[in-house]
Design a protein around this ligand. Structure first.
Ligand SMILES: *Cc1c(COP(=O)(O)O)cnc(C)c1O
Length: 435
């Protein structure tokens, strides 16, 4: 399987190059040259297949021949060593819990799969790989955990100082070893810009093997498609149209769902739920894409003003606006609406949902109401454990929530970060210093 750049279909590379580079030389994002359909028999029998086997089959279908079966199976089994259960709220609405990994957010799937894959692909090289990650919170901790103490790999995290939660900051800054946290005086968009600029800096890329672990890395997206298949497996017996709502920021999660659909997963409708950062729903409304600076919201992992995977969505559908509009419904919700959704889910179903999942729930309800639907199986992606946003959640539902042990442990550790400005020279000097 070759991978091409969204900026130029003729610019193709191997899987190894796509994963280790992260981003194409021309600044584009890598796309698989094909999304082969899985056999009908696989979809037909999917409700009897365990999650690990589903994951292996989907990965093999996509990566065909790029990794030997034994290697791929080991990567899948090591990376995806936790479950993605579907929890019914009622007969028609389900929550897909994606927070059972070590850092309690769905990014563990992508980060752990990528870490195992990179470590395998780089095993014969004597050069350290430096992974640069811009994070609005959850990406950084998932990536740092995925690569923690992995040989030959160093992780440099950039996060916007003062704009992530206390728990998130502790998760980013307390690991040490091969993980360094840079606290940027700026926004998440500044962090993302700095990372992009580093990859285009000739002096840097000559001196350091730089790689990316943001949702732009194709190895992050591939495992995220596994749980869409698994969710379908758990609801398909009802024989209703499946509608999936995805709380979205950089749109990596949604793009993985779209990959799954292209590989033959019969999803009737995708919903891209956004907070006040509404560039994508505005695009669907107007057909014009206008990136904007991000604004701060309660669902801060979705505070993105220029979603990087938009380029992949355009590419996937041949830049056809009408097709995109047909396949994806999108809407934007305020913090007040987010809170009311959290309240409603708790009072109606006795289920505690985090602010990101709450945006997904609100979007789902709006879609159902606008279209007067009665028969469906709804799946709302719960992208983080509510304890990661305990302050917000507790205030809204007026109840103390329990903090899982794996999260509690990092709260007592000492924070280590290096402060830098949003000026590129600061980042460059730091990186040259570790080369
Ligand atoms: C990253 C993240 C999102 C947004 O996912 P994208 O793939 O960037 O769209 C949503 N919720 C949580 C909790 C996240 O960490």
């Amino acid at each position: 399987m070759k991978f091409y750049s969204t900026n130029n279909k003729n610019n193709t590379v191997s899987f190894k190059e796509a994963v280790l580079k992260g981003i194409a030389d021309d600044g584009g994002l890598f796309m698989p040259s094909e999304l082969p359909k899985l056999p009908d028999s696989f979809i037909k029998n999917i409700s009897d297949i365990p999650f690990k086997e589903i994951s292996f089959t989907v990965a093999k279908n996509l990566l065909n021949e790029e990794l030997p079966d034994g290697v791929l199976s080991k990567i899948v089994n090591t990376a995806i060593n936790f479950d993605a259960p579907v929890v019914p709220l009622d007969e028609k609405i389900n929550i897909l819990e994606l927070f059972h990994g070590p850092t309690l957010a769905f990014k563990d799937f992508g980060a752990r799969f990528m870490a195992e894959t990179m470590s395998y692909l780089n095993k014969d090289s004597d050069k350290e790989v430096v992974i640069l990650v811009a994070t609005s919170g959850d990406t950084g901790s998932a990536v740092a955990n995925g690569f923690y103490k992995v040989d030959g790999i160093r992780v440099v995290l950039l996060y916007p100082g003062g704009k992530v939660s206390k728990i998130q900051e502790q998760q980013l800054t307390t690991l040490g070893e091969n993980i360094t946290a840079l606290e940027v005086e700026g926004t998440f968009d500044d962090c993302q810009r700095l990372v992009k600029q580093a990859f285009l800096d000739r002096q840097l890329i000559e001196r350091i093997t730089l790689s990316s672990a943001n949702s732009i890395n194709i190895a992050r997206l591939i495992p995220q498609s596994f749980y869409y298949f698994n969710a379908f497996a758990q609801v398909c017996k009802k024989n209703q149209p499946v509608i999936i709502s995805v709380p979205s920021g950089n749109f990596g999660n949604l793009t993985a769902g779209l990959f799954a659909k292209e590989m033959g997963l019969p999803i009737t409708q995708y919903i891209a739920a956004t907070n006040a950062n509404n560039v994508f729903p505005d695009y669907l409304k107007t057909s014009v894409y206008t990136p904007r600076p991000s604004v701060k919201t309660l669902s801060n992992a979705m505070d993105v003003g220029n979603p990087s995977n938009f380029a992949r969505i355009l590419d996937l559908y041949g830049h056809n606006y009408n097709t995109i509009k047909e396949i994806i419904y999108s809407a934007s919700f305020s913090d007040e609406q987010t809170k009311s959704a959290m309240k409603e889910v708790y009072s109606k179903y006795n289920y505690i949902i985090d602010p990101h999942g709450a945006v997904g729930y609100f979007a789902f309800q709006q879609y159902i109401n606008e279209n007067h639907l009665n028969n469906y199986s709804g799946v709302i992606l719960e992208t983080a454990h509510p304890a990661k946003f305990a302050d917000t959640v507790e205030e809204v539902i007026n109840k103390k929530i329990e903090i899982p042990e794996r999260l509690r442990l990092c709260l007592d550790k000492e924070k280590h970060s290096i402060k830098i400005s949003k000026n590129f020279d600061d980042l460059k000097n730091f990186l040259l210093g570790i080369a």
